[in-house]
Design a protein around this ligand. Structure first.
Ligand code: FAD
Length: 298
């Protein structure tokens, strides 16, 4: 792999963001903060913390976001879903997040508590979908708003064109960035971007990169998200079932190659799904050729 060194200092042209999820146990809490500390050296442009649909992780998300802003000093976006919540309940959460310093939301519909794939029904007094939530958030404050997008279309979406129309509506309502569902086939992303451009959507669409911690588990999850698994992944991981170190090397190479190929196609912004673990993300970024940010003199 050819490496060009890319400075992660503030002048870097390349933008990086990291996604974390709120911890569910004391051990996971320790792991999250070790990971955040470790990955801070990459000087991410922002980090984000997921939010359990229907408010299931409200307290841990709020606490993680508070700590990332106030203690880790990171520019932090909070994800927020509107499923299974009235507008009043959603606004209360927005206020709580605003009070801990949130200025950037990843505005999402979310999936019903009954699970992905069960029919979505908007709360009778809630926001109908993510586009409506974006509009509502804009009325509540001058927030930066990112949204989701789906290069392989959302699994519930009736067509690619409806999917693109929904992204356009989210942008028209005030979203300034889309973060994609993870994907592994860059040709699919390129074709998607052609449709995005043709639809007149001007906001950056940032590829979501998922380093593969475990291919078998990922396949189950990807199936529910509508992400296809190209045959080359099976080939690359074949023979590493009982070799965790070898598997990790393959995973780092695969994600780094995906990023490098996207860079050759003109992409300079990446959102990494960290799964709250640093080693693989570090290996990916090192393989790409990113150089950690220099620490500023005290
Ligand atoms: P929307 O953008 O509202 O809709 C998704 C699709 O449904 C649209 O693209 C469109 O095809 C269709 N659709 C919606 N409304 C209409 C309509 N009126 N008419 C026709 N079609 C319509 N989930 C969480 O619970 N917590 C998180 O923190 C979280 N973070 C995420 C981050 C990213 C980057 C991504 C890509 C997904 C995330 N999700 C999260 C998952 C997300 O909540 C689910 O994919 C959910 O099913 C859809 O939410 P959305 O905001 O994409 O929905």
């Amino acid at each position: 792999m050819t490496k060009t060194e890319i400075d992660r200092n503030p002048s870097s042209d390349f933008k990086l963001s990291f996604e974390f999820f709120p911890p569910k146990s004391p051990d996971m809490d320790v792991q999250l903060w070790e990971t955040v500390e470790e990955l801070s050296r990459w000087n991410p442009d922002f980090v984000s913390v997921t939010y359990g649909a229907g408010g299931t992780t409200k307290a841990p998300t709020l606490e993680a976001v508070r700590r990332m802003i106030s203690v880790a000093g990171l520019s932090t976006a909070s994800h927020l879903t509107c499923v299974d919540a009235s507008k009043r309940e959603t606004h209360e959460v927005v206020e709580e997040l605003r009070n801990v310093g949130v200025k950037h939301f990843v505005a999402l519909r979310g999936d019903p508590a009954t699970g992905i794939g069960t029919a979505y029904r908007p709360h009778p007094e809630g926001y109908e979908n993510a586009a409506a939530l974006v509009r509502g958030l804009k009325e509540l404050g001058d927030f930066e708003i990112s949204v989701s997008s789906y290069p392989e279309k959302h699994p519930e979406s009736e067509s690619n064109s409806v999917d693109i129309e929904m992204l356009k509506l989210k942008a028209d309502n005030g979203a300034t960035r889309a973060l994609t569902q993870f994907f592994f086939d860059n040709d699919i992303f390129e074709r998607y971007m052609e449709r995005v451009t043709k639809a007149g959507i001007k906001i950056p669409v940032v590829p979501g990169i998922m380093p593969i911690q475990n291919l078998t588990q990922l396949k189950r999850f990807a199936g529910r998200c509508g992400t296809s698994i190209p045959a080359f992944l099976d080939e690359r991981f074949a023979g590493y079932d009982d070799d965790p170190a070898g598997r990790a090397n393959v995973a780092a190479d695969v994600a780094a190659e995906q990023i490098q190929d996207l860079r050759r196609r003109g992409v300079n912004e990446f959102h990494l799904y960290t799964m709250n673990r640093a080693p693989l993300v570090n290996a990916v970024l090192e393989n790409v050729g990113f150089r950690p940010a220099r620490r500023s003199a005290a």
